[in-house]
Design a protein around this ligand. Structure first.
Ligand SMILES: NC(=O)c1ccc[n+]([C@@H]2O[C@H](COP(=O)([O-])OP(=O)(O)OC[C@H]3O[C@@H](n4cnc5c(N)ncnc54)[C@H](O)[C@@H]3O)[C@@H](O)[C@H]2O)c1
Ligand SMILES: [Zn+2]
Length: 412
């Protein structure tokens, strides 16, 4: 007997500012109405965020108090390490599982995950695993988390040296983007998530790409309303693809939202995660855009335009030089394995016009790497790893590999 299973989810995406102001009802209103018992909520907070928002825990407590008919805090908020460590160190996942158990959460309770994409990924995986699925509400607090990661249905951690090797698909109960959280990001994290907006624009929406191009100087100048608009459209496009694209759990081969990601994931690993995901994605986009141009699919002016926008957003150099080519190319097979089925890579034939290819010409990838290296004023890559070339020789911008000392904004 074959049976068809249809399951319906509602994905609630909201945009607001000052989400924990007691007068703000956005969070309250995504919870079931007052006819039910108050929702039990365990907050899991990114340590990097907690450091910059020292009053956050207190604000959450006051918020819960003001809306006690709808929301009750289950246990103390749990602070977990922010950044990729959250996904690399298995004990972070275990600590969230233990907190869910300690707080006695049931499948109708909520984990309220507040932080960057890494913390959302691990908290989401823990929530998806405990009791086979506790509800999760995400409050993304980085550009990347608000314009991409927080909106998605993927959760996971890194394992066995591979990005997102362990994880689960789970639709969040709600995602609330509060753009004010972005004010305390370093310049590096402020801009790094913009590559995902460029990605979704070049794959799906020419007009949005033009809007990003026009907005670039204001984005770099940290204009918050402009950032809010770009994040909004990017999040919307990501959600539209997930909800209306007909393949939310990625059962088919094509994954246009992973444009530029086959090399990006590899670059993150090969740099020991010194590159932010968003930075690696910018380089990955540059590589696949250049590959598309070398193949004659994408016009040279459009290729140059995409690279100019990435550079205008501060992604420089867009360079994969000195990496061991074999290691980079192994990223193709790892990507295929992660997707399942045959290799399927998204390429461009125009801005906003994506299509799929089922094989990749290694020599042309190397040519693309070489061209980017030349444009970045670097040496050409070494093919098949000469003695001097090891994964640790991947050249990444020193600007990208150091934390920004600027932006010392304090939040009260
Ligand atoms: N699940 C998905 O669909 C999906 C999609 C894209 C990316 N991702 C994942 O997201 C991760 C990257 O996320 P990211 O770019 O948000 O980086 P991140 O989570 O590593 O955060 C970067 C840094 O910002 C800090 N931080 C967070 N919010 C802050 C704030 N408001 N003010 C100051 N500091 C703050 C963090 O503590 C961390 O040090 C990667 O692991 C990537 O694989 C997941
Ligand atoms: Zn990504």
């Amino acid at each position: 007997m074959d049976a068809q299973l249809g399951v319906h989810w509602t994905h609630r995406l909201r945009f607001t500012t000052r989400v924990f102001d007691p007068g703000n009802v956005t969070l309250r209103d995504v919870l079931p109405d007052a006819a039910e018992d108050p929702a039990r909520v365990l907050a899991v907070i990114d340590s990097g965020l907690a450091q910059r928002w020292p009053k956050l825990e207190e604000q959450i407590r006051r918020y819960a108090d003001a809306h006690r008919s709808r929301l009750s805090l289950a246990g103390q908020p749990l602070i977990v390490p922010g950044g990729e460590d959250a996904k690399n160190d298995r004990s972070v996942f275990d600590s969230i599982i233990a907190a869910i158990d300690g707080a006695g959460l049931c499948r109708r309770s909520y984990v309220l995950a507040i932080g960057g994409g890494a913390v959302l990924d691990v908290a989401g995986f823990a929530a998806a695993s405990a009791h086979r699925g506790v509800r999760i509400i995400r409050l993304p607090t980085t550009t990347l988390a608000q314009d991409d990661a927080g909106v998605g249905v993927k959760n996971g951690i890194n394992a066995l040296g591979k990005k997102n090797f362990l994880g689960a698909f789970a639709v969040p109960w709600a995602v609330i983007n509060d753009v004010e959280f972005l004010t305390t990001l370093t310049d590096r994290d402020w801009r790094s998530g913009l590559s995902e907006a460029v990605k979704v624009a070049v794959v799906k929406d020419r007009k949005f790409f033009d809007a990003i191009a026009r907005a670039a100087p204001r984005l770099i100048a940290r204009d918050l309303p402009t950032m809010g608009e770009i994040v909004h459209r990017s999040a919307e496009l990501h959600l539209q693809h997930i909800a209306l694209g007909g393949d939310p759990f990625e059962l088919r081969e094509a994954r246009p939202l992973d444009f530029g990601h086959w090399s990006a994931h590899k670059l993150e690993q090969m740099t020991g995660f010194r590159l932010r995901h968003g930075e690696a994605v910018a380089i990955g986009i540059a590589l696949d855009v250049t590959y598309s141009a070398l193949q004659g699919w994408l016009s040279e002016p459009e290729r140059d335009q995409i690279l100019a926008v990435l550079r205008g957003l501060g992604f420089e150099p867009l360079d994969v030089s000195l990496c061991k080519a074999d290691d980079l190319l192994a990223g193709l097979e790892e990507f295929r394995e992660h997707l399942g089925g045959r290799l399927t890579i998204t390429m461009l034939r125009g801005i906003g016009q994506a299509f799929e290819v089922y094989s990749v010409d290694h020599a042309i990838v190397i040519e693309a790497v070489s061209r980017l290296a030349g444009e970045a004023g670097q040496n050409a890559p070494t093919v098949n790893g000469s003695a001097a070339v090891t994964p640790t020789h991947i050249r990444v911008s020193s600007r990208l590999s150091e934390r920004d000392p600027d932006n010392q904004l304090q939040q009260g």
